[in-house]
Design a protein around this ligand. Structure first.
Ligand code: UD1
Ligand code: UDP
Length: 384
């Protein structure tokens, strides 16, 4: 029986690894599944673990308030050293481009344990953007033996780096597996939407405000390369938009990183609840977030995962970044890069709110990132 260890630590990794954990566990006669969380994120990780009912076998519990990249790298590396010696997995699976995934891959490499990289081959080829993620995924790509590329384009990126084609499998992105699980829950359980309404209400947003056709702009942001001026540009643009469109609601579930919250306060003031149509709320657990995304008109974000999910729900996405490693939806016209420039954000959001034809051209539902069967394809690869 193969011993498979899955390692993850942040919210997006957990969302994207949760369906894979479930898939390996379904095949318990073939695999021993070991879940190790680094807890690079503590609260935001736990929200996902609770939702998907995953109890980690090991928890390195590394998060510190205001941690830097040295803290994360060294704490993951040292934590994994002892754990890998004890557990001796046959394969370590890591996800994407966080510092957890790269440090865990390096730890496995130091003990000559093969690494499988989930969501392999995404590239901007610009080491400054996203930072430090572009280097993280390139390093993990060098270390990994097995590469699970979400799309044919990500496979091509790996081939250009001379990765052996026989070690690459195009699987689709596991985020679509997670999204379908959640959308299915929402569809098949009508009582759930009543629960989610009350969760949102207690988080500070009354979804019934949308019942008269009111529009909703959903906002998230957290990228390190946007800290400072980038966030000030984003927040100033959002403030102008709330004033220009008093009949539109703007909802911003704020990331817990203090570097994200500081510029929000600088632009909106100490008390964030003074505007009638701007709602700053705490991070939502995944189910409530997807529910809110389904109800939204436009998504304004710098997130990676949301760029993959929102097109599936037919929502236009304006990405507050200069580059993206996910160009598939960009070519399809449902995602647009707006950077962090004040004028560009104000103009693009205004155009989508004012011009129906333009809005419709961007709101096609399409899913270049997967079909919900990525986890099954990954598990199949380990049967041989
Ligand atoms: C990390 C990843 C980034 C990923 C993002 C997803 C790295 C270098 N960055 O960035 O690739 O896109 O997660 O959200 O791997 N905090 C809490 N509780 C939480 C989570 C965060 O309090 O549950 C606060 C802590 O003060 C922590 C800080 O946020 O020190 C920053 O967390 P960190 O993981 O270092 O950076 P992120 O910006 O979240
Ligand atoms: N998300 C969530 N609650 C929120 C905001 C986002 O569950 O309040 C989900 C979102 O649907 C996506 C993931 O978190 O699956 C994206 O996380 P984030 O933007 O932090 O990281 P990135 O994808 O940019 O690495």
């Amino acid at each position: 029986m193969k011993k498979i260890m899955l390692v993850f630590g942040t919210r997006p990794e957990a969302i994207k690894m949760a369906p894979l954990v479930k898939e390996f566990k379904k095949n318990s006669s073939d695999f021993e599944t070991i879940v190790c969380v680094t807890a690079q994120h503590r609260e935001m990780l736990d929200q996902v673990l609770n939702l998907f009912e995953i109890t980690p076998d090991y928890d390195l519990n590394i998060m510190k308030q205001g941690q830097d990249l040295y803290d994360i790298t060294s704490r993951v590396l040292l934590g994994m050293r002892d754990l890998l010696s004890e557990v001796k997995p046959d394969v370590v699976l890591v996800h994407g481009d966080t510092t957890t995934s790269t440090a865990a891959a390096l730890a496995a490499f130091y003990q000559q344990i093969p690494v499988g990289h989930i969501e392999a081959g995404l590239r901007t080829h610009n080491l400054s953007s996203p930072w430090p993620e572009e280097l993280n995924r390139q390093i993990t790509g060098r270390i990994a033996t097995y590469h699970f590329a979400p799309t044919p384009l990500s496979k091509d990126n790996l081939l250009l780096e001379n990765i052996d084609e026989s070690n690459i499998t195009v699987t689709g992105n596991t985020v679509i597996d997670a999204l379908y699980l959640v959308v299915d829950k929402l569809k098949t359980n009508p009582i759930l939407s009543t629960d989610l309404k009350s969760i949102l209400y207690s988080s500070g947003y009354d979804i019934d405000r949308l019942s008269n056709g009111k529009k909703l702009v959903l906002i998230t942001g957290h990228r390190r390369e946007n800290f400072g001026d980038g966030f000030i540009g984003m927040c100033s643009a959002i403030k102008t938009l709330t004033e220009r469109y008093p009949d539109v609601d703007f909802v911003y579930p704020m990331h817990l990183n203090p570097n994200v919250r500081k510029p929000i306060h600088e632009v909106f003031g100490e008390d964030l609840n003074t505007l009638n149509n701007m709602f700053f709320i705490e991070p939502l657990e995944y189910l409530s977030f997807v529910y809110l995304m389904e109800k939204s008109t436009i998504v304004l974000t710098d997130s990676g995962g949301i760029q993959e999910e929102a097109p599936g729900l037919g929502k236009p996405v304006l990405v507050m970044r200069d580059t993206t490693e996910r160009p598939e939806a960009l070519s399809a016209g449902t995602v647009k890069l707006v950077g962090t420039d004040y004028d560009k954000i104000v103009n693009e959001v205004s155009q989508l709110l004012d011009n129906n034809e333009y809005y419709n051209s961007m709101s096609k539902a399409l899913n270049p990132y997967g079909d919900g069967l990525a986890c099954d394809r990954i598990v199949q690869q380990f049967r041989n």
